[in-house]
Design a protein around this ligand. Structure first.
Ligand SMILES: *Cc1c(COP(=O)(O)O)cnc(C)c1O
Length: 225
């Protein structure tokens, strides 16, 4: 991908996130995670040169490869995809900054067991299936609060840092908004239990997500269009 085009896209995204967050408050900080699953380490390096530090991948194998290829850079890596049981050890060994897609107590218990054996910790977000879509992973919104507390109670090595959701898959902005509002409400209720991160918003809906309270957006295709 052309370097100058990437720079223009980067500037556009930073400016749009900046405008959206200032509408809430100058103290509302939004972290941008660049989802690099569409591109190679070359683009990751170029984004790093522009100032980008946080990157996300949705497959453990790709995460591993990109982490190895950018080993010399001080990057922060996020795992955002569905985690298969047989990949748990691989993910833990990579020491990602944040695993955003923890989607059940069962998976949490399994991860916790492996963390125990390896003497490690893992920062996670609970993924919420806020629009109740069958194709999507995540805990149903009405169960999310209890599930979050159960994970805290029943694991020793998982640090739950908040929640993540993917906005409703539709053109209907009201429905997308509703899925973000649902998630934000759960996040607010979980704040007394240590929730700090509300990760929502992607290329097509990040401004709406920020307006609904998101403090972390995961943007892929808009960087690389
Ligand atoms: C791919 C992906 C993104 C980025 O999506 P874009 O629409 O390309 O910005 C964000 N979150 C998750 C979980 C993803 O899989």
């Amino acid at each position: 991908m052309d370097k100058y085009r990437l720079r223009d896209n980067f500037d556009e995204i930073v400016n749009r996130v900046e405008r959206a967050r200032l509408k809430i408050s100058e103290y509302h900080i939004v972290k941008i995670v660049a989802v690099s699953k569409y591109v190679s380490s070359k683009e990751v390096r170029e984004l790093y040169d522009l100032g980008q530090r946080a990157f996300g991948e949705n497959r453990v194998q790709d995460l591993k490869q990109k982490m190895e290829e950018t080993d010399d850079l001080p990057l922060e890596w996020h795992f955002i995809g569905r985690l298969q049981k047989n990949k748990i050890n691989h993910l833990i060994d990579l020491d990602p900054f944040l695993m955003q897609s923890l989607d059940s107590l069962e998976l949490a218990l399994e991860i916790d067991k492996r963390l125990e054996a390896k003497g490690k910790k893992l920062n996670c977000l609970l993924q919420i299936n806020s629009a109740k879509e069958e194709t999507k992973a995540g805990v149903l919104p009405e169960l999310a609060y209890d599930e979050y507390l159960k994970i805290i109670e029943n694991t020793k090595h998982i640090n739950l840092k908040g929640v993540m959701t993917i906005g409703a898959h539709t053109e209907d902005e009201e429905l997308i908004k509703k899925s973000f509002e649902t998630t934000y409400k759960i996040f607010e209720n979980l704040k007394p239990h240590g929730a700090k991160i509300c990760s929502m918003g992607m290329s097509n809906d990040f401004e709406l997500a920020i307006a609904c309270g998101s403090n972390m957006v995961r943007i892929g295709s808009l960087f690389f269009k």
